[in-house]
Ligand binder design. Sequence first.
Ligand SMILES: Cc1ncc(C[n+]2csc(CCOP(=O)(O)OP(=O)(O)O)c2C)c(N)n1
Ligand SMILES: [Mg+2]
Length: 549
Amino acid sequence: MSIDVGTGIARILKAEGIDWVSTFPVCKVNNALGREGVPMVMMRDDRYAVAVADAFSRITGGTKIGVCTFQGGVNAAGLQVAFAGMAQAFEDGSPVLCITDGISAGETENSQFDVTSALKSVSKWYGHLDKPERLPEFMRRAFTMLRSGRPGPVVISIPNSDAQYDETVDPYLPVKGSKSLPDPSDVSGAIDLLLKAENPLIYAGEGVIYAGASGELKEFAELVNTPVVSTLKAKGAFPEDNALFVGVRGEQVNHYLEKCDLLFAIGSSLSPGRFSHGIPNALKKTIVHCTIDELHINKAYPTAQAVIGDARFTLQALIADAKAKGGRPAGKVAAEVKTVRDEAMTKYREAMASSDKPINPYRVYAGLMEALDPHKSFVTHESGNTRDQLSTVYDTLIPRGFLGWGNVSSLGFSFAATIAAKLAHPDKDCVAVTGEAGLGYMLGQLEVALRQKIGVTVVHVSNGGFAGYGPGFWGDGHDPFTHKVLGYDDVDMSKVIGELGYHTERVTEPSDIVLALRRAFEVNKSGQPAYIEFICSQFPIYGGWVGKS
Ligand SMILES: Cc1ncc(C[n+]2csc(CCOP(=O)(O)OP(=O)(O)O)c2C)c(N)n1
Ligand SMILES: [Mg+2]
């Protein structure tokens, strides 16, 4: 039977278990999605259309694929704005499917912006549907890539969504992702090195979360009695109340990265970026690198032993090999982790108990930890101090109880992430913690949560500027001319956002923090979003990243 490509896409998405698509108009397939009953979450700009779908894929660890549509073709206005979201998804390796209008035959080379080369630079695969009957082939390829190997965005561009094809010729059947097991001799070599090392350290990356391997990681770490550091994006991959958990950042992490003679990386590219650790004195250390992608081997550091495969299958094989070789004795490993961690955390724990006014931001984070059930909640940060501070102190007990993001951290993503988290887990309290800059990005999007009745909470650490950018007790600041905005003395954002229809509060008393948060989570239950403004001090103190040396 002959159908149009747009209808074919809608049916294929349904067959693939896609429950909704995020979008910003116009994209020509949207009408077919609507006609076929695929719900659309319409954001208020194209970057957020991508970001919500991207975040959904991250939060579900790729077990569900986020899908978005945006405007393309010769009038690629939407695509040019969406590009920011795509670049971010590509940078962070998120398996999101982006569908856009393609440039049709007879219209190529008409515009200045080169769509093909731009999209190729931010995707795992860019498929331009040059014949309507190839749609099943392209969609099979897209979903195979989204579910296999190293995660990354896939783009399908549709030059003519009205073009007809016969859907009975190549009937679409949903595709499965494939995973690979590591070479047993590599596994054995990795365990031999680990058991020989004096001070090994496990370095867990987001691949552990995508592989659903948190349980295996815990079993492995305990079997070989080795402390664990998680990357920002892997925060929560290892339970942070475990005796072997060192941290994401902070003096204790620096201590272990310096001290280790063997670094055992699992599910991380080991790329020394802006928001990750470098490995100090790497040339004097042994690096075992378990990764899904051979492009990461011998990338920034010489790899002593590579183990290539899916993180869960890899960990299962490592566990079996280490068990056969007797594991590692417990020794004083856990006791040392506790001592070093407690010492490093002392100043933050003091700040978390502070009764200062304006409120110390760490007291807000302590309030979040008190008001939220760590097994039934989702918290994410913004770019700026909220990232740096939360990733230093916020205890995460389950994978994606906290979403750390950003090899580069594009302001505004937290709101998209929180919307996606609530759509993925309607039973969880979902919170975005932001400063002024992130709030500025998300203001235009706030209407979406009201319209869609998505009960999320935005926590604003309101400190009147870009903390640490201007001069203060920490020094001169690196942007002394560009750090001030209208702050809480000038504008009452809780009134502004309250007028939109959010439940809002402005909190100045440290003792009100937990109660205000609880009230917000209560109204969230009925689908009303909340915004809580905490009048805070500028306190740009947090754990650092260890540089590559
Ligand atoms: C898209 C984008 N542009 C610029 C930046 C650089 N940047 C990072 S944080 C920040 C300001 C943060 O200030 P605020 O939101 O008030 O948080 P605070 O540091 O005060 O807690 C800026 C400009 C960025 N991360 N993302
Ligand atoms: Mg600020």
